[in-house]
Design a protein around this ligand. Structure first.
Ligand code: ADP
Ligand code: MG
Length: 750
């Protein structure tokens, strides 16, 4: 086959591979998200079991971690208790026998077949007269292809130099079979053309694509794997940046950008109306912002500022400038609660400046809505605050010159673009408290330089404490004490309603809110854990509210807030809480975004391990906003060391940027930002913090390429263009979430 044919095979359906020719196998592969050969090759091992040092079973020392290799002699399955399932395997090599057992992973009984060869890696224990391993890592060699998992030329079934890939697998398709499909995909694409320009590859000393794919799946050494990862990680950033830059260039074509003027009366008076002095940080940010708004080009500004850093007042300045320039501005927030807050805080400022404004949400009465729509269309209204309701087609503007998107990580790209489309050429200000590190911003936003606000206005500190569920009384006491002093508390739970746990399978995990709903894997883990512990699962607001009201705080006023309430009820709950008519608000992460109730001083987060660090930090920003010190209690019942270490970071680290970096290191780009973000799902290998040099290089290389050939139309760039089309054309469409937070953590690409 010629090179082109090999390249084409990349995007052929998996059924062209021999081991995937049957529909059943195709369905299983589909479960793993593998529909094409390209998908298969991009299904990188999530771990490698390094069996390069295999110990004979006889020599395996009790108490030490080691790896053994042998033949499966026996497989048994036991269920001593309804929620305890044990798979036990007896492994034999030429020197002895070893027992291995796994708990509550019943599918393993079919993974290990008598007579197959397997590696085990774990701590050797000794009981009932035998050496044992509990839940060791393992690799089972494919029966038909004993050497199927490693490079040819190595000793068959030998015991040296083995780095075996471990793949995400599923029931019916164990890692060994995934490995076989991958091997076939590697064979089928051997000799494929490298789409990266050779000069670029040479400059960066990147290995060819074919070699990189081979080495990431079947490394001979970990060094080889590192080099392969570097190459493939570069591709991820290179093609994502390329697509975003091309898109941006296309969007700029033929539109007339607005040039605002920053010498008008509203802006001039705004400063004197503020109840506080702006910080230097804010002043500087405003100056940069206004400068960019006044340029005769479309502004794309990202403003990153920790919770409580005072972003709203910065937006207010931008609104005043749009008004002074004779145009209109729209400010969109993900929740009604936030819109309500603008109405309360920014509304009076605009009134004083004689700027006509309105707010629009899904609960705006039809008549008011019609009136606002008419006045936006004829230009009578200069500013509108709203939720996604602003995106409705009947809302049009006479001259929309500025779009502000608050808590922008809550929106999908398409939502942001939809609002922007209502004013061709308008400037865009995106605000977020999710501190996107500079290098990731560089990937996503390219030329747009983010501005960072670092000073916070929360003058008081918030003490954060990690509690085991058994110590939750400490947190309850703090709530009681706060209430006695006239302060208020939040109790945040990960779920809305209690799931009906079932014995088999992850179904019934309940209604999950916020960034959570996108991460099905977490839910699986939790059901497994719940089964193991016989626990009732995660805390859910609808149950928690009754429990707290009746059993814990019968003397306090306890209210409920969740996205399942009607808009009316949500507003009532927030109003009551703001007015001090509730002592305790039991809520989902709805309160994560921007809610400002200075009197709230205590927050309890149940099942804190279910949340990301940045998300917990955002939640923490909801308290300690007034004059009294805040206290945040992270309650968990996890025993997982890693999870506990992660949560403990919050006890020491109060800086949102630092936490975001930890979050990025501990989780992954795609998980932190949400895989629904156009293109971010393709970021699998890149670690923007550690790979800042790759990101910078990709920026330069894409820049150079587009300078040379702005539309990638030259025939010498056919392969780049083809690769780009294949990668981007298949990126998942970003999702427009529900009106209340269900958009998850969606970051934007400009
Ligand atoms: P966020 O950046 O989280 O959206 P907000 O804009 O809601 O923060 O501001 C948080 C609080 O800080 C508000 O109550 C706001 O009025 C107050 N604030 C903003 N700027 C200042 C300032 N320069 N001095 C004192 N308080 C300020
Ligand atoms: Mg805000």
């Amino acid at each position: 086959m010629g090179r082109l044919a090999h390249t084409r095979i990349m995007d052929a359906p998996v059924r062209v591979l021999n081991s995937a020719r049957f529909a059943r196998r195709q369905r299983l592969l589909e479960k793993l998200g593998l529909a094409t050969v390209r998908d298969v090759l991009g299904h990188y091992p999530f771990r490698y079991n390094d069996f390069s040092q295999v110990t004979e079973i006889r020599r395996a020392r009790i108490g030490e971690k080691c790896s053994v290799f042998g033949t499966v002699l026996e497989v048994s399955f036991k269920q001593p208790r309804p929620r305890l399932k044990i798979v036990e395997v007896v492994l034999r090599d030429s020197t002895g026998m070893l027992y291995a057992s796994w708990f509550n992973q019943p599918w393993l009984k079919t993974t290990f077949k008598v007579g197959t060869q397997a590696f085990l890696l774990g701590k050797v224990e000794h009981s009932y007269g035998f050496k044992r391993m509990a839940s060791p890592l393992f690799t089972v060699l494919d029966q038909d292809e004993a050497g199927g998992l490693h490079e040819g030329g190595e000793p068959e079934g030998g015991q040296s130099g083995r780095i075996l890939p471990v793949y995400h697998a599923c029931a019916g398709l164990p890692t060994a079979q995934v490995a076989r499909v991958v091997n076939e995909a590697l064979e089928a694409t051997e000799g494929l053309y490298d789409p990266l320009p050779a000069a670029c590859r040479a400059r960066l000393k990147l290995m060819p694509l074919g070699a990189a794919l081979r080495h990431i799946h079947r490394p001979a050494t970990m060094e080889q794997r590192r080099e392969a990862r570097r190459r493939l990680a570069f591709d991820e950033v290179f093609f994502l940046m390329l697509s975003l830059k091309l898109k941006r260039a296309a969007a700029q074509k033929g539109i007339a950008p607005y040039a605002h003027r920053a010498d008008g009366p509203a802006l001039a008076r705004l400063g004197s109306l503020l109840p506080f002095d702006l910080t230097d940080d804010q002043r500087q940010t405003i100056a940069t912002l206004l400068e960019r708004m006044c340029e005769q080009r479309q502004m794309n500004q990202l403003l990153v500022g920790d919770v409580g850093s005072g972003k709203t007042v910065i937006a207010a300045h931008a609104l005043a400038v749009a008004y002074d320039s004779g145009f209109q501005a729209a400010m969109m927030a993900p929740t009604e609660v936030l819109v309500q807050q603008y109405v309360l805080k920014v509304g009076p400022l605009l009134d004083a400046l004689l700027v006509p404004w309105a707010s629009l949400t899904s609960s705006t009465p039809a008549s008011a809505r019609r009136k606002a729509a008419g006045q936006l269309a004829d230009g009578t209204l200069s500013v509108v605050f709203g939720t996604q309701a602003l995106l409705e087609p009947d809302i049009t503007f006479k001259q929309l010159s500025l779009v502000v998107i608050d808590e922008q990580h809550r929106f999908g790209v398409s939502q942001r673009d939809a609002l922007r489309a209502k004013g061709a050429g308008c400037d865009l200000l995106m605000m977020t408290a999710t501190p996107i590190p500079r290098s990731l911003a560089q990937v996503l936003y390219g030329d747009l330089q983010p501005t960072y606000l670092r000073t916070r206005h929360q003058s008081v500190t918030t003490v954060t404490k990690l509690l085991d569920r058994s110590q939750v009384g400490i947190a309850y006491d703090a709530v009681r004490k706060a209430a006695a002093q006239g302060n208020q508390a939040y109790v945040v739970c990960p779920l809305i309603a209690q799931p009906g746990l079932q014995d088999d399978g992850p179904e019934g995990a309940g209604d999950i809110e916020g960034s959570f709903d996108s991460d099905a894997r977490l839910i699986d883990t939790f059901t497994d854990l719940a089964e193991l512990e016989g626990d009732e699962g995660l805390r859910a607001v609808e149950r928690e509210v009754g429990f707290l009201a009746r059993r814990v705080f019968p003397d306090l006023r306890v209210g409920l807030m969740s996205s399942r309430l009607s808009a009316e009820d949500k507003r009532t709950a927030m109003d009551q809480f703001r007015a001090g008519e509730l002592d305790v608000l039991v809520s989902t992460t709805v309160v994560e975004v921007g809610v400002d109730v200075p009197n709230a001083t205590v927050m309890i987060v149940e099942d804190a391990d279910r949340f990301g660090l940045s998300q917990l930090h955002q939640l923490r920003g909801r308290i300690g906003r007034g004059s009294a010190e805040g206290a945040m209690f992270l309650v968990t019942k996890t025993r997982d060391d890693e999870a506990l270490r992660r949560l403990r970071l919050l006890e020491h680290v109060s800086d949102g940027f630092e936490l975001a970096e930890h979050d990025l290191r501990l989780r992954h780009e795609g998980d932190v930002l949400g895989s629904r973000q156009h293109g971010v799902g393709s970021l699998r290998l890149i670690r923007v913090l550690d790979d800042a040099d790759l990101v910078a290089a990709a920026d330069l290389e894409t820049e150079a390429l587009l300078r040379d050939d702005p539309c990638l139309a030259a025939s010498r760039h056919w392969h780049v263009a083809h690769e780009l089309a294949m990668r981007v054309g298949r990126a998942p469409e970003d999702d427009t979430g529900g009106a209340f937070g269900h958009a998850g953590h969606v970051a934007g690409g400009a």
